[in-house]
Design a binder for this molecule. Structure first.
Ligand SMILES: *Cc1c(COP(=O)(O)O)cnc(C)c1O
Length: 363
């Protein structure tokens, strides 16, 4: 067996300890005589797993009691619709900051469901291919908006909000798909957090929603049952079959995070990994980071040589040397190293050594 260093933006690398434990438990979980995959979601064995997962997530993220944790399907992309359906219910208006493709999709879906005239774009960084987080002019905020949406870490462009916008009483709704569990967050500053699991939490197919209780129960008329947060909150994420195996893997990932020392420790390790690669990029004559300063993501690091042929050569040679999925998103070009929690420091160190070698061989 030879495992590669996988720099994929998602689905992404998972901790080897988690995969090994899942492998050990594949044929029989505990003394249940069955795999977790085969269990009825209504069984007491499975109820214990989902309860443990929620309890661990609450502990690891320090989630206040007045927030519900929902385990859903449909990806972060379904949330782009569920959020306006459930939250645009008082003034029917919402604020958006467009920091990339995902942030824009959340905006577009709200326009489609609630009318473009009700969706206010506070700021955008489209003018420079979303390579920065725009400075906000709070006079452009709507103080009576039903929510204010941001994408906290922009997976494709490698930017991250260094500081959250101060939205006052307007609930802040944030897409944390590619940064959840990478560092501590103060959940009480948000009305709602959501994330697809396949970046930092587990396999694709699970979507986690953390939502303040007062935001549940006012879905717009006509909202499909499955798209109403109340349906899932009332039924402990068991209105229908939840993504049972993905929830179980999340439990193992959370156990791994706890063993590493929790989110403070994750942050320290992630900052170390990111600084190794950014320091190299800042000193390189061939490779350049596309994002500067405090807007840099700890999780996704895009970089370019400025020469498309050289980029392609680098991607191909990296792959041949066991560094896979390092090609950048088609809208940015170049390369992108996604260095989520499960990417070990050695993976980043070896990548940087390989980049230095490539640079010296291709001057
Ligand atoms: C990956 C990603 C999405 C899309 O997630 P799906 O689960 O594929 O719908 C949305 N937002 C962000 C920030 C992402 O990184």
């Amino acid at each position: 067996m030879s495992r590669v260093y996988n720099f994929s933006a998602g689905p992404a690398t998972l901790p080897e300890e988690v995969l090994k434990k899942a492998a050990d438990q594949m044929l029989e979980y505990g003394d249940s005589g069955q795999s977790v995959m085969e269990m009825s979601h209504r069984s007491k064995e499975y109820q214990a797993i989902i309860d443990e997962t929620e309890a661990r997530l609450r502990k690891v993220m320090n989630i206040p009691d007045n927030y519900k944790v929902l385990f859903l399907q449909g990806g972060a992309s379904s949330q782009f619709a569920m959020i306006p359906l459930n939250l645009m219910n008082k003034t029917g208006k919402a604020d958006f900051v467009i920091t990339g493709q995902w942030a824009n999709k959340a905006y577009q879906e709200a326009c489609k469901l609630c009318g473009e005239e009700n969706c206010n774009v506070v700021a955008s960084s489209k003018d420079k291919t979303f390579s920065y987080i725009p400075k906000l002019d709070s006079s452009k905020f709507n103080p009576t908006a039903d929510y204010f949406h941001i994408c906290q870490n922009n997976t494709i462009y490698g930017t991250k909000w260094a500081e959250l916008p101060n939205t006052g009483n307007v609930p802040l709704v944030a897409d944390l798909s590619s940064c959840i569990l990478s560092e501590p967050v103060d959940v009480s500053k948000y009305g709602m957090i959501y994330a697809g699991a396949q970046k930092n939490m587990g396999p694709a197919g699970l979507t986690v929603v953390i939502i303040r209780e007062d935001l549940i129960g006012n879905a717009k008329e006509g909202t499909p049952t499955m798209f109403d947060y109340e349906t899932h909150a009332k039924n402990g994420s068991m209105y229908n079959t939840p993504p049972t195996y993905g929830i179980y893997i999340l439990d193992l990932v959370l156990e791994w995070v706890e063993n590493k020392g929790g989110l403070e420790a994750m942050k320290e390790i992630n900052e170390k990994k990111a600084s190794i690669i950014y320091n190299f990029l800042d000193g390189s004559k061939m490779f350049n980071a596309t994002v500067q300063g405090e807007d840099r993501s700890l999780m996704n690091v895009p970089f370019v040589t400025g020469n498309a042929d050289l980029d392609a050569k680098f991607v191909a040679e990296a792959k041949a040397n066991g560094f896979i999925n390092i090609k950048g998103h088609r809208s940015v070009g170049g390369m992108r190293a996604s260095i989520y929690n499960a990417m070990p420091i050695e993976g980043v160190e070896k990548l940087v050594q390989f980049m230095a070698k490539f640079e010296s061989e291709n001057q």
